[in-house]
Design a protein around this ligand. Structure first.
Ligand code: ADP
Ligand code: MG
Length: 687
C-alpha cells in the first residue's frame, strides 16, 4: 500500500528534469553545455568600479557607494519607498515600488550602502528605480558583467549562473589543429569564450560591440567554418547518390537550337555546356542558374530538358505561381512542341478530367515533360521515370517543397538531376554561405538589342502627369503595366485596392482598354487576361504583384508602380524587369507617397541609380539581411548568429578554405567541430 501512495505522489509532481527554467532555456535553444557556452552576451555592464555620484550618466548601469541621507515610506500617490543616497559628490534618489518588510530598516539614515542599477533622469534629479543594495566594502567583480539574450521570465541571474557552470563543465578544447589556427591567425577557442563572457574592464567595449575583437573573430570563424563543413557534407552526400547519366546533347537539342529565331548569347552557351556536362554524370546535378531578369534562362532550361528527353527520362518544370508556370509552358511548347515532345500541364485547379488525364500521362510516361505549379510535387503525382527537375524562381519555394520534388525520383535507385533558376542575383557572400553545396552558372549578359529601362521617380501628387504619360505611350502603340500598391496586412484589402485602382483608371483613361489581373481571379480568367494583353487587346494592365516574375510581353514598355515605397528592393527590380524586353525604349515610373522613411528613400535611390541586379541584391542584403533574400524569413530557420555576411566576407572566404583543408587533412577535427556547433539552435539552410 505504501508504495502505491509514493507512486501516486511522484506522478503528481512533474519530473524534476524539466523544470520551468529548463523549459525557458530550451526556448533559447540551450540544452547541452556546448549550447550554453556559445550563448554570448549582447552587451556588458560595468560593475568593476565605484562611480562617484557626480559622474553618474543617465542610461548607464553603475555602482555607487555612500550613505543614506533620508528614507521615507510614501503612501500617496501610491505606496513607494524612497531614499536619498549621498557620497559627498552628489545626491542620488532611490525608489522601490514593491516594498518588503524590513527593507526600510535596512535603509535608515546614516547607514552606509552600496547600490547598483540603471541611472535615469527622474523628476527630482538622477535616480535609480529598484536598485540592488549590498554591503559596502565587499570586493567588486574583476570583469564586466554580461547581459545575455533572454526570453520572458528568464532572469539574467539564472542565465549567468547556468552559463558559468557550463563554462566550468564543458569541453572547451580547441577543435582546430594548431596549424589551422596559426594559418588564419585565430585566437584560442577557450580563451576567446572566457573573454567574451567575462571581459576585463580595460577591453574596448566598442571592439566587443562591433564583434571585431579577436575573440569575436574566432567565434565567427568557427561558426562559418561549421556551416561550410555542413555544406561540404551535403555535397559529399550528393556525390554518393546515383542518378541516371544523361548522354550529352543529342538530336533533340540540335533541332531545338536550329529552330530558334536567335542565337544564344555567350553566357547562355557557357551555361548550356556546364549543365550538359553535369547531366552526363551518374550523380545528381544540383545547379543554380542565376541570371538577371530577361537574361534568357528559359532557353538554357529548355536545352537541359532536351538533353534529358533525348536520353529517355522525364522532365518536371515547376514554377511558384500559375502565371509563371504558364509562361514556362508557353515557351516550352513553342520550342519543344513542334519537335514532337508530348507535354503535360498540371496545376492545382485543373478540372477533374483534365487533371486525371495529366496524371495518367505523367505516370505512363507518355508525357515526356510536365510543366506546372507546386501541384507537381503532390503525393498523387507519380512519374514513370523522372530524370530532371527544373524549378524557376527557386528561392520562392520553401525548402521543404524543393526537397519534396527532388524526392519524386525513384528513391531506391536514382535521384533526379536538379536545375534551379533564379532572377534574384544572390550576392557572392550569400551564395558562398548558403548555396555552397550547389554549383552555380551565371548568365551575366543580356541578349543583344535591349535598351536599358529608364527609371523615373514621381511624388504621388503628380499622378496627373503620370496618367498623361500612360496615354501617350499607348497612343504610340505600346502597352503598359500599372502595379497596385502592396497591402501587406491583408490580402482582402490588397484585392480591394486592385479593383479600386482598376475602376479609377478606367474612369480616368476612358479611351484606353484597361484590364485587371490579380491572384484571386479564376485560372481561366487569368489566362484569358494574359492572352489579351499579349495580343495587344488590353493596352493597360492593372495588376497586383502576381506579374512580378517571368511575365514576358515585349511590347509593354511602360510600368507604373504605385506606392513604390512599400515594396522591397528586389521586388521592385523584378517588377521593373517586366519592361525593357522589346526594342522600344522603356520607362519605369515609381510613384511614391511622402513622407519617405530613410530606408524607403535609400531603396528608391538604389533603383534609380542602377539596373544591375547584382548591385541591387548587394544593397538589398545590406538593408534587410539574408533571411528575406533567401525567402526563409518565415521558415524560422536560424541563419548565422554571430557572423554578418556584409562585414565578414573575407572571414567567410577563409572559413571556406579552411573547411576544405580540414575535410582533406583533419577529418576527425572537422567532425568534432561540427558536433560542437550543430547541436542546439543552429540549423543551417540546406536544400
Ligand atoms: P529570364 O531569364 O528572365 O527568364 P527569358 O528566358 O524569359 O528571361 O527570356 C527573355 C526573352 O528573351 C524571351 O522572350 C526569350 O525568348 C528571349 N531570348 C532569350 N535568349 C535570347 C537570345 N539569345 N537572343 C535574343 N532573345 C533571347
Ligand atoms: Mg524566367
Amino acid at each position: 500500500m505504501g508504495s502505491t501512495a509514493v507512486g501516486a505522489q511522484a506522478a503528481r509532481r512533474p519530473p524534476k528534469a524539466v523544470s520551468g527554467t529548463q523549459r525557458l532555456f530550451e526556448r533559447l535553444g540551450l540544452r547541452t553545455a556546448a549550447d550554453f557556452v556559445v550563448h554570448l552576451p549582447l552587451r556588458y555592464e560595468d560593475e568593476t568600479r565605484i562611480t562617484p555620484v557626480s559622474q553618474a550618466q543617465p542610461g548607464a548601469h553603475a555602482v555607487f557607494e555612500g550613505e543614506i541621507l533620508s528614507s521615507e515610506l510614501r503612501l500617496r500617490p501610491r505606496r513607494e519607498l524612497q531614499a536619498v543616497l549621498s557620497d559627498g559628490t552628489g545626491h542620488l534618489q532611490l525608489r522601490w515600488l514593491h516594498v518588503y518588510p524590513g527593507q526600510q530598516s535596512r535603509l535608515k539614515s546614516g547607514r552606509p550602502v552600496r547600490v547598483r542599477g540603471e541611472v535615469r533622469g527622474g523628476f527630482h534629479g538622477l535616480e535609480i528605480v529598484h536598485p540592488l543594495v549590498t554591503e559596502p566594502g565587499t570586493p567588486l567583480p574583476a570583469t564586466l558583467t554580461p547581459v545575455y539574450p533572454s526570453t520572458q521570465g528568464l532572469s539574467q541571474a539564472s542565465l549567468r549562473k547556468a552559463i558559468g557552470k557550463a563554462l566550468d563543465e564543458a569541453d572547451l578544447s580547441d577543435t582546430l589543429p594548431s596549424a589551422v589556427c596559426q594559418a588564419y591567425d585565430l585566437a584560442d577557442f577557450a580563451a576567446s569564450l572566457r573573454l567574451l563572457h567575462h571581459p576585463s574592464p580595460d577591453i574596448s567595449l566598442e571592439l566587443l560591440a562591433q564583434h571585431s575583437h579577436p575573440a569575436w573573430r574566432r567565434i565567427k570563424f568557427d561558426e562559418l567554418l561549421a556551416q561550410q563543413l555542413a555544406l561540404a557534407d551535403a555535397r559529399a552526400a550528393r556525390r554518393a547518390l546515383k542518378a541516371v547519366a544523361l548522354q550529352k546533347a543529342g538530336a533533340l537539342s540540335a533541332r531545338l537550337l536550329a529552330g530558334l529565331p536567335f542565337k544564344p548569347t555567350r553566357a547562355q552557351q557557357r551555361a548550356i555546356v556546364e549543365i550538359q556536362q553535369d547531366l552526363a554524370v551518374a550523380h545528381p546535378m544540383h545547379r543554380l542558374l542565376q541570371g538577371d531578369v530577361g537574361s534568357g534562362k528559359t532557353l538554357v532550361a529548355a536545352m537541359a530538358a532536351a538533353q534529358a528527353i533525348d536520353a529517355g527520362v522525364q522532365v518536371a518544370v515547376m514554377a511558384p505561381t500559375e502565371i509563371l508556370a504558364e509562361q514556362l509552358w508557353r515557351k516550352f511548347s513553342e520550342w519543344l512542341g513542334p519537335l514532337g515532345v508530348p507535354i503535360a500541364w498540371l496545376t492545382g485547379n485543373l478540372p477533374a478530367a483534365a487533371r486525371r488525364q495529366a496524371l495518367q500521362a505523367i505516370a505512363s510516361g507518355e508525357a515526356r515533360l510536365a510543366v506546372g505549379t507546386q501541384a507537381l510535387i503532390q503525393d498523387k503525382v507519380q512519374f514513370q521515370s523522372l530524370g530532371l527537375v527544373i524549378s524557376d524562381e527557386q528561392h520562392r519555394f520553401g525548402v521543404g517543397q524543393r526537397l519534396a520534388l527532388s524526392r519524386k525520383g525513384d528513391q531506391a535507385r536514382f535521384h533526379p538531376h536538379q536545375l534551379s533558376m533564379s532572377a534574384t542575383p544572390i550576392p557572392r557572400t550569400l551564395a558562398m554561405a548558403f548555396f555552397a553545396d550547389m554549383d552555380v552558372s551565371v548568365l551575366d549578359e543580356l541578349p543583344p538589342g535591349r535598351t536599358p529601362v529608364r527609371t523615373r521617380l514621381f511624388a504621388g501628387a503628380r499622378r496627373e502627369e503620370v496618367l498623361a504619360h500612360v496615354a501617350a505611350c499607348v497612343r504610340q502603340g505600346r502597352q503598359a503595366y500599372w502595379v497596385c500598391p502592396l497591402v501587406e496586412e491583408s490580402e482582402a484589402l490588397q484585392l480591394q485596392t486592385a479593383v479600386d485602382t482598376w475602376q479609377h483608371l478606367c474612369a480616368e483613361l476612358p479611351d484606353l482598354r484597361v484590364g485587371l489581373m490579380h491572384g484571386r481571379l479564376p485560372a481561366q480568367e487569368k489566362a484569358d487576361t494574359m492572352a489579351a494583353f499579349r495580343a495587344g487587346d488590353i493596352q493597360l494592365l492593372v495588376s497586383t504583384t502576381v506579374i512580378e516574375v517571368g511575365v514576358d510581353v515585349p511590347n509593354a514598355s511602360l510600368m507604373v508602380i504605385e506606392h513604390a515605397e512599400r515594396f522591397g528592393l528586389a521586388q521592385l527590380h523584378q517588377l521593373r524587369g517586366r519592361v525593357g524586353r522589346g526594342a522600344h525604349e522603356s520607362t519605369c515610373v515609381l510613384l511614391y507617397e511622402q513622407p519617405l522613411s530613410m530606408v524607403a528613400r535609400e531603396r528608391l535611390r538604389a533603383l534609380y541609380e542602377t539596373t544591375d541586379g547584382f548591385e541591387i541584391a548587394r544593397r538589398d542584403l545590406a538593408q534587410r539581411g539574408p533571411g528575406e533574400l533567401l525567402g526563409v524569413r518565415q521558415s524560422g530557420q536560424a541563419l548565422l548568429r554571430f557572423a554578418d555576411l556584409n562585414d565578414d566576407e573575407s572571414l567567410l572566404e577563409q572559413a571556406r578554405e579552411a573547411a576544405a583543408w580540414l575535410v582533406r587533412d583533419f577529418p576527425e577535427q572537422a567532425r568534432a567541430h561540427q558536433q560542437r556547433w550543430m547541436s542546439g539552435a543552429s540549423q543551417y539552410l540546406r536544400s
